[in-house]
Ligand binder design. Structure first.
Ligand code: TRH
Length: 402
């Protein structure tokens, strides 16, 4: 019998929450043949991910007007706020084998009530944010006592970079895809042609991608790219990073298709890509600036040198998370490259001028490239997040029916 999983995703901001849930849902469906429903509260954010798959479903405003949609085998359902599920829907959800509340979003109260009435064991998971901090290993898998019913058990599930955590999202074919994209020089050429930059001889250009939050650090980096001897092309998908780019070039607004130049640098604005196309972009660039959670992980599978713009938190706790990652990632990297990476990473994340920091980092890119491959291999030895979730459920079932 197919196992039924239901995932709840409430979008806080940006694309990370839905980016992770959508990727996870598709992988669980495609690689583990689960019967999967994904409830999402913000369909405008969701629609950004469906443009490539389902262009015909978008109305004139670019948003989705349906409440239910089947995409890549995943049943997508609109989570209205306040919850508009009826007794039959609540009952159906409560009978799932696994319910995931992503990133601590609260299940609707009536679903919890329905859970209290089910007769079979249900695994209720709180899928947490990714962190490299040491406490993650201790907290991964811990249960949280829930009064709803004895057959319903809630656990915390922590993604992570080390054995003993929930692991990272990694599709079965992603490493092969990166190897293929990187082997064929014409893929880079096609990318350049798409932006209208393909006619020049770009074999010796440095290609970089930028997907960051708005930061004053960007301007110095763009200056550094403009003044270096090697010509550079910076690809910027539409979104928050564009605010700082427009400011830098004194342009009121930049949109997909625009190209702006200064010195050795051309900046090409791309439309928001499908997740697969974004993976390819990361693969084809020599250096990637990524952010949040999902693009940060994807850059590590691409195994290209990268800098992580961590999601800033008001209490500054993000810098501790950044240091925890640095501690794992820089292990085994030659001192000068590690120093340059750390300096740029800290400078970028603290909004400093990164001009000189780039000139210091730039000569280290080839060392960082080899390090990135080793790091990718080290991570790939561990089971991926979707597999870990499925294994967790198997153990749960065994414990429920010994
Ligand atoms: O968008 P993010 O900043 O997301 C988040 C959220 O802010 C969230 O609330 C916060 O808690 C979390 O960060 C830490 O960055 P992230 O996680 O990289 O998500 C972006 C998603 O968008 C990811 O799935 C990759 C995808 N993407 C595309 O599919 N196409 C594109 O062209 C680009 C640039 C990104």
């Amino acid at each position: 019998m197919t196992t039924r999983w239901t995932v709840f995703c409430a979008i806080i901001d940006n694309f990370g929450d839905i980016g992770v849930c959508w990727r996870l849902a598709r992988q669980l469906r495609q690689e583990h043949a689960l019967d999967l429903e994904l409830w999402v509260d913000d369909w405008l954010a969701l629609s950004a991910f469906l443009k490539a798959q389902l262009p015909e479903l978008h109305d004139q405003n670019g948003s989705l007007d349906q409440d239910t949609l089947l995409a890549d085998g995943v049943l997508l359902r609109r989570w209205h706020n306040p919850w508009q599920g009826d007794a039959a829907i609540d009952d159906h959800i409560a009978k799932s084998d696994v319910i995931i509340e992503a990133f601590g979003c609260e299940l609707p109260a009536s679903v919890k009530l329905a859970l209290g009435k089910v007769q079979k064991p249900v695994l209720w998971l709180n899928l947490e944010y990714l962190s490299a901090e040491q406490w993650v290993k201790e907290c991964h898998g811990l249960s949280s006592p829930q009064p709803v019913a004895k057959q319903v058990r809630k656990h915390f599930f922590f993604p992570g970079f080390e054995q003993g955590t929930g692991g990272l999202l990694r599709e079965a074919d992603i490493l092969e895809n990166h190897a293929r994209w990187q082997q064929h020089a014409e893929r880079r050429q096609q990318l350049l042609q798409m932006t209208g930059l393909g006619a020049k001889n770009q074999a010796d250009h440095l290609l970089v991608s930028l997907f960051s939050y708005d930061t004053p650090a960007l301007s110095g980096w763009l200056d550094a790219l403009a003044e270096q001897t090697q010509p550079a092309i910076c690809f910027v998908p539409e979104g928050k990073s564009l605010t700082a780019v427009s400011r830098h070039f004194a342009r009121p607004e930049l949109v997909a298709g625009d190209v702006v130049s200064a010195g050795a640098l051309s900046v090409a604005v791309l439309p928001f890509r499908s997740q697969n196309d974004y993976d390819e972009l990361l693969s084809l660039c020599d250096f990637n600036l990524v952010r949040g959670e999902d693009s940060f992980v994807r850059a590590q599978w691409a195994a290209r040198p990268f800098i992580w713009h961590i999601y800033p938190q008001e209490d500054g706790v993000h810098m501790l998370k950044l240091q925890a990652f640095e501690h794992l990632y820089l292990d085994g990297l030659e001192t000068e490259a590690a120093k340059a990476w750390r300096a740029f990473s800290n400078g970028w994340n603290q909004g400093e001028d990164c001009r000189e920091l780039w000139h210091y980092l730039r000569p280290q890119l080839s060392g960082l490239q080899s390090h990135g491959r080793k790091w990718q291999k080290k991570l790939a030895v561990m089971p991926d997040l979707a597999t870990n979730l499925v294994n967790f459920e198997t153990l749960f079932k065994l414990s429920a029916h010994p």
